[in-house]
Every structure is written in C-alpha cells, then in structure tokens.
Design a protein around this ligand. Structure first.
Ligand SMILES: NC(=O)c1ccc[n+]([C@@H]2O[C@H](COP(=O)([O-])OP(=O)(O)OC[C@H]3O[C@@H](n4cnc5c(N)ncnc54)[C@H](OP(=O)(O)O)[C@@H]3O)[C@@H](O)[C@H]2O)c1
Length: 194
C-alpha cells in the first residue's frame, strides 16, 4: 500500500463538532505551542455562539463539515456519540487515504467507525476534559491502516495536553471507569477536607 505521511510541520487539524471537547483540546494544543491555532479549523452546526469561542482562539471557522474535511489532513470526530454515524456517512465520499481520522466519541468502536466511513486510517482516542489546562489523561488505539507515524503524530498532539498511552481498545471502558473513580475520589477528598 502507498504511504501518505502526514506532514508534521504543516498539517491542518480539523474538528467536526465545535463543542466543549474540541474547544478544550484546541486550547490546550494552542497553549502548548505544538500546533498554532491558524492550522486548526472547525465549523459550527446550529449554535452560532460557538463561532466566537473558536475564532477568539484564532481557529479558522469554515462553512460546514465538508469544508473541514477538504481543508484538513487530520480530521477529529468531536460530535456526540449518537451523531457520529450520520457525520461519518456524510463525509465518506470526501475521504482519501491521505486523510487520518480520529474519534474522541465515547463508546464508539473502531470497527463501526471504519465501517461507517469506509476508512481504516483511523485512531480512536479517549481523553478526559482537562486538556485545556494540560492535565488530560488520554488513551488511544490504532485502526487497521493507521501507521506508527500516525500514532506518533496523535501521541504528540494529545501528549501536549497531558499524558497519553496506547491501549487495546477492549480496555477503554475499564480505563474510563477507573478514571471516573479516581476523579470521584479526588473530589470526595476535596469535599471532606473542606
Ligand atoms: N466533554 C467530555 O468530558 C468528554 C470526554 C471524553 C470524550 N468526549 C466525547 O467528545 C464528544 C463531544 O462531546 P462534547 O462534550 O464536546 O459535546 P458538545 O459540547 O455537545 O459538542 C458537540 C458538538 O457537536 C455539534 N454537532 C451536533 N451535530 C453535528 C453535526 N451533524 N455536524 C457537526 N457538528 C455537530 C454540536 O453543535 P450544536 O450544539 O450547534 O448542535 C456541538 O457543538 C462526545 O462524543 C464525547 O463522548 C467528551
């Protein structure tokens, strides 16, 4: 298979879903300096106030999801899990092997992501929210044709906003549960000590 390396010095990162998670990642990545905000893009869906949230960081806000896919080398699915399939089917005709896809949607498996998009250069990542303050704890798993270099690129990106580990996707739910328990314990300690 031909390799289409993502150019680390010039790639464009696009987000489908201009919500809280995308904003958190963008703020963290921009603050860390790993990627300047003018190499990041997204599009707003129905809530037009989201345009300001992203433009104020310096992110390009394009007209729609298709424009984001066409403009980006790496496309992150940051919509709610129940919306992922519709979005995947919508952008499917625009995909080529040059694009690397990433999903942060909780509970949506690589097998389904790959089937809906017809694209196996995919990485599933599971961050928690504190990306904007550089304290995210993220796990990632590589899909069928994602390369080691793709994994390193996404590792560097999410590593700029916290810690990142490779893990078998089968363990994602368990890891998410453990993180939930750990953060609940931290909040409980905080509440009880106050
Ligand atoms: N927040 C977290 O702590 C967290 C942690 C780990 C993973 N995640 C994952 O991150 C994803 C996003 O979560 P979130 O908290 O950021 O949710 P959110 O704030 O509701 O963001 C979702 C965004 O998707 C947009 N959207 C809806 N339908 C769309 C469509 N067809 N095309 C393009 N955009 C569309 C929404 O726009 P409108 O509001 O305008 O419709 C909204 O801006 C989820 O899959 C979640 O599982 C979140």
């Amino acid at each position: 298979m031909d390799a289409f390396p993502i150019p680390a010095e010039s790639f464009i990162l696009g987000f489908i879903g201009a919500g809280k998670m995308a904003e958190s990642i963008v703020k963290g990545v921009a603050k860390s300096g790993v990627l300047p905000p003018d190499r990041i893009c997204t599009a707003v869906h129905s809530n037009l106030k989201r345009r300001d949230a992203f433009e104020s960081i310096g992110v390009k806000v394009l007209s729609d999801n298709n424009a984001v896919v066409e403009y980006s080398d790496v496309v992150v699915f940051s919509v709610k899990p129940q919306v992922v399939k519709d979005v995947a089917m919508q952008i499917r005709p625009l995909l080529s092997r040059k694009k690397l896809l990433v999903s942060v949607a909780a509970g949506v498996k690589l097998k389904d992501l790959q089937e809906w998009t017809g694209h196996s250069r995919f990485i599933r990542v599971m961050p928690n929210t504190p990306s904007a303050v550089g304290e995210a704890a993220t796990v990632m798993s590589l899909g069928g044709t994602a390369t080691e270099e793709d994994g390193e690129l996404i590792g560097k990106l999410f590593g700029s906003v916290g810690k990142i580990w490779r893990a078998d996707e089968k363990l994602f739910d368990a890891i998410t549960g453990l993180r939930y328990v750990a953060s609940w314990q931290r909040s409980s300690i905080y509440i009880f000590s106050n």
